[in-house]
Structures are given as structure tokens and as C-alpha cells.
Design a protein. Sequence first.
Length: 309
Amino acid sequence: MRASNWTVLGLLGALAVGGCDCGGGDTPPPTTPPRDGGGTDGMIVRPPDGTMPPACVAPQQMCAGACVDVMTSAAHCGDCGNACDPGAVCAAGSCSCPMGTTDCGGGCTTGLDTDPLNCGDCGRSCFGGTCSGGMCSCVAPLASDGMGGCVDTSRDPSNCGAVGMDCRDDQHCIDSACACRPGLTEVGGACVDLMSDPSNCGTIGTACNDPTPLCAAGMCVAMCPDGTQSCDGACVDVETSPLHCGECGNACETARQVCSGGECREFRTATGCVACPCEGGTCSGDLGLCCTYPGRPADIICVEGATCP
């Protein structure tokens, strides 16, 4: 009996040291610790510094590493990264200008009655003058356009020489008079390019015939040079030609268009500006690019698009 007791005690000691598979099944695998770094397999992902990101509660979202209320945040309005314009506020996830101000694109103006950059209407600049009651007080040599704005009658094709005096579509306003666009010449009531017109090649009345029926650089030739194409016998660069812009026969339709990159782009006179870049918001909105008018380096215009003509 004593020997048997010692045997039992020995067995119990062995079990205590070696452990026991009491369940008789497989041992559950150890829990995999959260990984550092990325991963999208459902595991908890820790940032490189080992900290855990906070849990955001709706309507908050995780934006730039912080919980943000996208219903009211001007920097993340409605969604992460959707910033409101200067002066605007975020309410219910949408940007809007406070009461008493107007959204004129790029920011909220404090009042159309007195803002010299948005006088009476968004984008109406007084060009150095003052704004009172939504009407500009123009500074000479600018003149009032009769609608609250100011115009430069010396170079505005819609107010050339006098307010309301329109130039023809193929003309520009030069020194208060309508004239053919730079590079074009008046021939029989139309503006033609003597550098490419096969009926007036180099000089008025000089026609190109076989075997040199094409006109290029003011000379009759048999083939158009590289970089140009023949449009009814005129060798032109369709990237810049106002008479064949983008394709043959596609003339820029109004005196307020220039050809740039093969597209007719709207422009307006950069009133009060003598050199790019213009100050005071002269070139803004859709016509936000400051350029020189083709062939008139002293003539500053505001052009739509991303490239100057």
C-alpha cells in the first residue's frame, strides 16, 4: 500500500511538470498579435508608431489622422479634403457664404455695393476706381459703360472709340479705332493674311497659280512647309490661325476670341493693366489667364484656358 501511494504521487508529479491534454483535442492556436504596418485582411492594423487610431463617431470621419465633423468643418466639408472657399462656412456638409456676403468664385465678397472688384455684380472691377451703391466711379482714361462698370475705349473691341461701338469679328480695337487684327490686312472689306492667302500672297492682288498654287510665308510654293497645312491654298498653323483655328475654315467667330492651341478662346481687355501679371483681380474667373494680344505685346488681355495665344 505504501509503495502504491508513492507510485501515485510520482504520476501526479509528472503530470504537474509535463502538462495535460485534458480535452483530448487539438490545442487552440495562439492569437496572432496585431500587425504593424498595412493590411486589409481584417486584422487590426497599427500605425508605425504603435498607437491605435481613435474610433470616429458619425458624422465624424477620419481626415488627415484626426476625427473631423464633416458636417461643419470648413476644411473637410461633406467629405475629407473638400475645403470651402475663403470666408465661406460649412453647414450640413455644404459650403455657403454667410448672410450679407456673396459667393463670387474663389471666396465670399463682403458686399456688392462697395467691393471695387465685384461692384454690383461678381467680376465687375472698377480697375482702380471706387465702388458705391454697386456703381463704379471710373478713373481716366477709363469711361463708364453705363451699366456700373468701366471700359477702356482705346482697346476694347466692344467699346472702341466710344461706349457701345463694336468692331467687326475679324477686327481688333487699336488706339480707339477698329482695324484688322495684327497680322491681317484689309482687302476689299475683309481682313486677310498676306502671309498665307493664295489670292493675295505677299502683296495685295498677287495670286498663286500652278505649279506653285499654295501660299506660305508670303511666297507661292508647291507644297506647304512642315508645321502647316493647306486650307484652300493657304499654308497655315491651325494651332494659332484665327481664320483656321483647329481645322480649315474654323474662324474665331467674334472680335473677343483668339486662337490658342487650336481652340477659339474668349478674352477681354485687361482694363487698367499694363503688364502681366495684373493686380487687383483684373484677370479672374473663367478669363483668369493674363496674356499679351497676338502681335501686340503692349496690349494686355485676360484669356480663358491654360495657355496664351
